[in-house]
Ligand binder design. Structure first.
Ligand SMILES: CC(C)(COP(=O)(O)OP(=O)(O)OC[C@H]1O[C@@H](n2cnc3c(N)ncnc32)[C@H](O)[C@@H]1OP(=O)(O)O)[C@@H](O)C(=O)NCCC(=O)NCCS
Length: 228
């Protein structure tokens, strides 16, 4: 091996070590902005923007994998994500109120979930607030901006390029088709799609989960009756 190729190998090794160190430090600082469970991971492309600087307002359970952006406003109850869930690349979850995501939820790439209108409906107020924000930074209070919590229940699958608006609850086991805009609640175990999203069909894919849930309800009813 020539001296020059040895040198380029050493330089390459050094360079990759520096890059790795940079990403490790960056990842450490990201995970300080939230509470993150065991085996969960914030990937290199993930972003955590915590305008409250309060880690307890962004909570991620165990074994959940985040490639998108989690952003909370300077007010509101923040974001919680359960266990075994996934947020894809380019997806953005922005909470000014509250966004609750359950367990075993798959969110594909380029999904946008926002629980606020972000701006006032009144044009004059909107222009004034925008100018004020440019001068003084993000407002510390919601003012006249409307927001409502969003709930995404267990076993939901949200396909790519979907938008979810304020106040929506997506019921357990529901599937949202690619490119949909969800403006109203989605019933559990249904497949919805379109703009605005509407029910296409029921989702019989619940299988074992549906049966065990149903058995759990019967078991609890029997137990409560026996020991009440
Ligand atoms: C939700 C999804 C899985 C449903 O697939 P499916 O069960 O095979 O649905 P079908 O193809 O049988 O479609 C049923 C009907 O809904 C319509 N439809 C399906 N997906 C739609 C969508 N995203 N938007 C609008 N209409 C849709 C179909 O045109 C069809 O209409 P018709 O009955 O008038 O012919 C699929 O549409 C989808 O979004 N796939 C993308 C998954 C994804 O995001 N993967 C990325 C990695 S997580």
């Amino acid at each position: 091996m020539s001296l020059s190729s040895k040198m380029s190998d050493i330089l390459y090794l050094l360079f990759s070590k520096i890059i790795n160190l940079y990403y490790r430090l960056e990842n450490n600082s990201k995970s300080k902005l939230c509470i993150i469970g065991s085996k969960s991971k914030l990937y290199q492309e993930a972003k955590v923007i915590n305008l409250q600087n309060n880690p307890s307002k962004i909570v991620i359970g165990n074994n959940s994998h985040i490639r998108g952006t989690l952003l909370i406003y300077p007010y509101g109850d923040g974001i919680s994500i359960g266990d075994n869930s996934f947020v894809g690349e380019g997806s953005i979850i922005r909470a000014a109120n509250k966004i609750e995501i359950g367990n075993d939820v798959l969110i594909a790439h380029n999904v946008t979930i926002i629980d606020t209108d972000s701006h006032e409906l009144d044009a004059g107020e909107r222009a004034e607030s925008f100018k004020k924000m440019l001068k003084e930074g993000h407002p510390k209070q919601p003012g006249n901006v409307e927001s409502k919590p969003i709930f995404i229940k267990d076993n939901v699958w949200i396909s790519y390029n979907v938008g979810i608006l304020k106040g929506v609850t997506i019921g357990e086991g529901a599937i949202v088709g690619a490119g949909s805009m969800v403006t109203k609640d989605v019933p559990a175990w249904t497949v919805v799609a379109g703009n605005p999203a509407h029910i296409l069909k029921s989702n019989s894919g619940g299988g074992i989960i549906l049966i065990t849930n149903r058995l759990g309800v019967y078991r609890d009813a029997w137990y409560n009756k026996k020991f009440a």
